[in-house]
Design a protein around this ligand. Structure first.
Ligand code: ZN
Length: 346
């Protein structure tokens, strides 16, 4: 840390990060990340760690910014492995920087917040999302970045869209980035953008816990009662069944969603698929999670309910393609993040 002012800002960022991480409408599981630039060093959340732990745990890693930005500019695959740019003398725990480090390095502002805000995602999955965001954000300097896999591809997509003065990015099928010169200004901008993008979720009936329990076998109820909503609303269920809407869904829950057919119990679904999915949606009853599902999987299953309940039922949606699903499943950096996530929640 270069100066006392930087240290104070880093402390403020950790407090803000923890409060963001505790709000499931803002970020879920190990998703989302925050950063502070101090001189040539970028302090960024470590891969696999949860923002909610930012005060109780050391989750920020120092990264040398100039060589990382050079790698992005030169389309050097090294930019996809930000751990190569961690400043090891200041990183005694050997943490890996977030796979989204390049997003933060590219923004010129000192403080960058990246969140998987459910209101933003609900717009960012709609084919007409860019026009709808434009209508809502008014005179804010923002840019729309179409979907790219996080890492070097997303960094290149952002570099193409950045122009001087932009301090808000809407990432298609992904989330929100806000940036400012101070933690307080970044927090204020985050709340302003979120309130402009806020959408009223459709409400649903209560889950049928008795029916779910009778179908469950080795499966269990989700951690949050809110997770059931996607199976209780016909429009949300159709959206979920049609595919994967954003990357962390694929990483924690697999491709798309599995919906039980009429009369099927958990054993019947597993027999039909020849595999045990992480979660199963039972129309008009609710959701069941595999017994060994991680805390991250629970957070993402709830996120699916929170996002789909906000999407306009009439809207055409953009789904991740088969190739985009595959590159997430077979991705080294993500396998590392999942391993850490499993270890930290075991
Ligand atoms: Zn993200």
């Amino acid at each position: 840390m270069a100066t006392q002012a930087d240290a104070q800002e880093l402390a403020a960022l950790r407090a803000l990060s923890a409060s963001i991480g505790l709000n499931p409408h803002m970020t879920q599981a190990a998703g989302g990340n925050t950063s502070l630039k101090a001189g040539d060093t970028l302090w960024i959340k470590a891969s696999g760690t949860w923002l909610k732990d930012a005060l109780s745990d050391d989750i920020m890693v120092p990264v040398a910014m100039a060589p990382l930005l050079k790698a992005v500019e030169q389309r050097d695959p090294a930019a996809d492995k930000p751990q190569a740019f961690a400043i090891e003398d200041l990183n005694p725990r050997g943490l890996r920087p977030s796979i989204e480090t390049t997003v933060h390095a590219l923004m010129p502002q000192r403080v960058v917040l990246h969140v998987h805000c459910v209101d933003t995602i609900s717009l960012a999955v709609q084919a007409d999302g860019e026009a709808e965001v434009a209508r809502r954000l008014g005179d804010i300097e923002w840019a729309w970045v179409p979907y790219f896999r996080p890492g070097l591809p997303l960094a290149r997509g952002i570099a193409e869209k950045l122009r001087p003065g932009v301090d808000v990015l809407i990432l298609g099928n992904h989330g929100l980035v806000v940036a400012a010169e101070t933690v307080a200004a970044a927090e204020a901008l985050l709340h302003r953008v979120r309130s402009l993008l806020a959408r009223q979720p459709r409400t649903t009936a209560a889950p049928d816990i008795a029916a779910l329990t009778a179908l469950a076998g080795d499966y269990r109820l989700p951690a949050d009662v809110e997770a059931h909503a996607v199976a209780l609303d016909a429009e949300s269920l159709d959206m979920a069944e049609a595919g994967s809407l954003y990357p962390d869904h694929v990483i924690f829950l697999g491709q798309g969603s599995v919906v039980a057919k009429p009369g099927e119990d958990v054993a019947g679904v597993i027999a039909r698929l020849g595999a045990a999915p992480v979660a199963i949606l039972f129309p008009r009853a609710g959701v069941l999670m595999r017994g060994d599902a991680s805390a991250g999987a629970d957070a993402m299953q709830r996120c699916l309910s929170d996002v789909t309940a906000r999407v306009d039922g009439e809207a055409r949606l953009n789904y991740l393609t088969a190739a985009e699903n595959d590159e997430l499943v077979n991705w080294d950096a993500e396998q590392y993040r999942q391993k850490l996530n499993a270890a930290s929640t075991a």
